[in-house]
Design a protein around this ligand. Structure first.
Ligand SMILES: [Cu+2]
Length: 249
C-alpha cells in the first residue's frame, strides 16, 4: 500500500505544471494575474500548430485584462509558479528543463482586442542550455530566481499597445513528438516613448515545426549545444550616427 501511495505521489510531482502569474515593471510587482491573459489550467501545450501556442488556452482576446503602461527601454520581469502561491516549492518543477524566451507583437489597435495571429512576433529574449558542462538550463536559473526572468523592452520599438509573450519549453519528454511542453503566458502592455525600428517577425503558431531540433530533442545525452525554436533574438536597432566617419571627426 505504501509503495502504491509513493508511486501516486511521484506521478503527481511529474504532473506539476506551471503558469505565468505575475509581471513586474522595473522591479515593481504588479500583483497576481494583473495585466495577464489567464490560462484555465497549468497544463502545457504540446501541439505546435495550435492557436493555443499564441497566448495559451483561451488567450486569443483579453477583453477582461487591463493593459500596463511601460516606457520603451525599461525592464519587465515575468514570474511563474506551479500553483497559485509563492512558497518554498520550486516555481517550476525541477524536472522541467529547457529554454526561456520572450516575444513582442504590436497590436493594430488595442492589446486587449489583439489575437496575435500572423507574422507579428519578434523574439527579444532567449536563454537555453546555459552551461553544458553542468547541464544547467534556463529553467534552472528561473527556479533559482524564485520563478522570475527579466527582459529589457528594446528602446527602438515603436510606441503602441503590444502583447508580451513569455514561453518556457520543458524538454524532459521531448525525445519524440508530441513531447515538448510549451508553457505560455501573455501580458498586455502599452509601450510609450520608443523609436521607429521595424524588427523581423514570425508567426506563432506557424514558425515552430515538430522537426525543429529545439523541439524534438533528447536532452539526456550530454547535450553540448541547444538551438531554441523561433530564430535569432532581435535586441533592438542600434543608433546610427549621422554623416560619414570623416564628417564626424
Ligand atoms: Cu509539467
Amino acid at each position: 500500500m505504501k509503495a502504491i501511495l509513493s508511486v501516486l505521489a511521484a506521478a503527481a510531482v511529474a504532473n506539476a505544471h506551471f503558469t505565468m502569474q505575475y509581471i513586474w515593471s522595473n522591479g515593481v510587482d504588479q500583483g497576481q494575474n494583473k495585466y495577464l491573459r489567464i490560462a484555465p489550467s497549468n497544463n502545457p501545450i504540446t501541439d505546435v500548430t495550435s492557436k493555443d501556442l499564441t497566448c495559451n488556452v483561451g488567450g486569443l482576446s483579453g477583453a477582461s485584462t487591463s493593459t500596463l503602461s511601460i516606457p520603451a527601454g525599461d525592464q519587465v520581469t515575468f514570474e511563474w509558479h506551479q500553483h497559485a502561491q509563492r512558497t518554498g516549492e520550486d516555481p517550476i518543477a525541477s524536472g522541467h528543463k529547457g529554454p526561456v524566451q520572450v516575444f513582442v507583437a504590436k497590436a493594430p489597435s488595442s492589446a486587449a482586442s489583439f489575437d496575435g495571429q500572423g507574422a507579428v512576433w519578434t523574439k527579444i529574449y532567449s536563454s537555453g542550455l546555459v552551461n553544458p558542462s553542468t547541464q544547467q538550463w534556463a529553467t534552472d536559473v528561473v527556479n533559482a530566481n524564485g520563478g522570475k526572468h527579466s527582459v529589457t523592452i528594446p528602446a527602438s520599438l515603436p510606441a503602441g499597445e503590444y502583447l508580451l509573450r513569455a514561453e518556457i519549453i520543458a524538454l524532459h519528454t521531448a525525445s519524440s513528438y508530441p513531447g515538448a511542453q510549451f508553457y505560455v503566458g501573455c501580458a498586455q502592455v502599452k509601450i510609450t516613448g520608443g523609436g521607429n525600428a521595424n524588427p523581423p517577425k514570425i508567426s506563432i503558431p506557424g514558425a515552430y515545426k515538430s522537426s525543429d531540433p529545439g523541439i524534438t530533442v533528447n536532452i539526456y545525452n550530454n547535450l553540448q549545444s541547444y538551438t531554441a525554436p523561433g530564430g535569432a533574438v532581435w535586441s533592438g536597432q542600434s543608433f546610427v550616427p549621422r554623416g560619414t566617419p570623416a564628417e564626424r571627426r
